[in-house]
Design a binder for this molecule. Structure first.
Ligand code: PGA
Length: 256
């Protein structure tokens, strides 16, 4: 971590938890939050829970993210939610291009680019997810894949918008598998991301963008990952579903 950037710990609940379970979880996180304000804590519940949880957290230090959005403004797109609707529900952030969206819903870099723009147009901060599959890593293609996803998803943004981005590096082989990237593997890709941001938007912007690591982060491995110079936080799946698992991860991000 670098003290110039506020650390971010975001919990991606995926398709888990009822409203009541979600309320118990956020109450638990709020009450256990160490040093509020020194870490940006975000929860990403399913769409149906957004409004209730955003309201419940309105006077707290915990931000709310949607897990997805649709790129059009409004209209005949059955089953989808727009950026304006997500903002109206009280969320301030939105995940874009999570690997499960890419894998199960055929989301491409071009779609990620459109969704990122739609998010910014409605004052939502996009948390753009990228990462290589196991086959791509084993084939020696990690750098190329990361570059393609970054340029395809984020290229062409203005530097003024780009500096507000949050980018999450989530190697697909590390998500939900218990197989976390080693600190060396994570730092190598995060440094590459920082270089790519500098190439696309200039060094001052690259110095401001928060880069999160995601993929089997838990209380046992978060401290060493968060200590890396280009890791500014974590995107946490499984270990974000219980306050007693999530709070120690937040704790490990508190600057000291
Ligand atoms: P995991 O998920 O922490 O359960 O590996 C991370 C994610 O998909 O964001």
């Amino acid at each position: 971590m670098n003290s110039a950037r506020l650390p971010v710990i975001a919990g991606n609940w995926k398709m888990n938890l009822t409203r009541q379970q979600g309320e118990v979880l956020v109450d638990g996180i709020r009450h256990g939050l160490p040093f509020p304000g020194r870490v940006e804590v975000i929860v990403a519940p399913p769409f149906l829970l957004l409004a209730a949880l955003a309201e419940r957290l309105s006077s707290s230090y915990i931000g709310v993210a949607a897990q997805n959005l649709y790129q059009e403004e409004k209209g005949a797109f059955t089953g989808e939610c727009s950026a304006a609707q997500i903002r109206d529900a009280g969320a301030n952030f939105v995940l874009v291009g999570h690997s499960e969206r890419r894998q199960y819903f055929q989301e491409t870099d071009e779609l990620v680019a459109r969704k990122t723009r739609a998010a910014f147009a409605h004052d939502l901060t996009p948390i753009v997810c990228i990462g290589e599959t196991l086959a791509e890593r084993e084939g020696g293609d990690t750098g190329t894949v990361i570059r393609t996803q970054m340029v395809g998803g984020l290229g062409g943004l203005s530097p003024a918008l780009a500096e507000r981005l949050i980018v999450a590096y989530e190697p697909v082989w590390a998500i939900g598998t218990g197989q976390t990237a080693t600190p060396a593997q994570a730092q190598r890709v995060h440094a590459l991301l920082r270089d790519l941001l500098a190439e696309l938007f200039g060094s001052p912007v690259a110095g401001k963008v928060r880069l999160l690591y995601g993929g089997s982060v838990n209380a046992g491995n978060s401290a060493e990952l968060l200590a890396l110079p280009d890791v500014d936080g974590a995107l946490v799946g499984g270990a974000s579903l219980k306050a007693e698992d999530f709070i120690p991860i937040i704790q490990s991000a508190v600057p000291h």
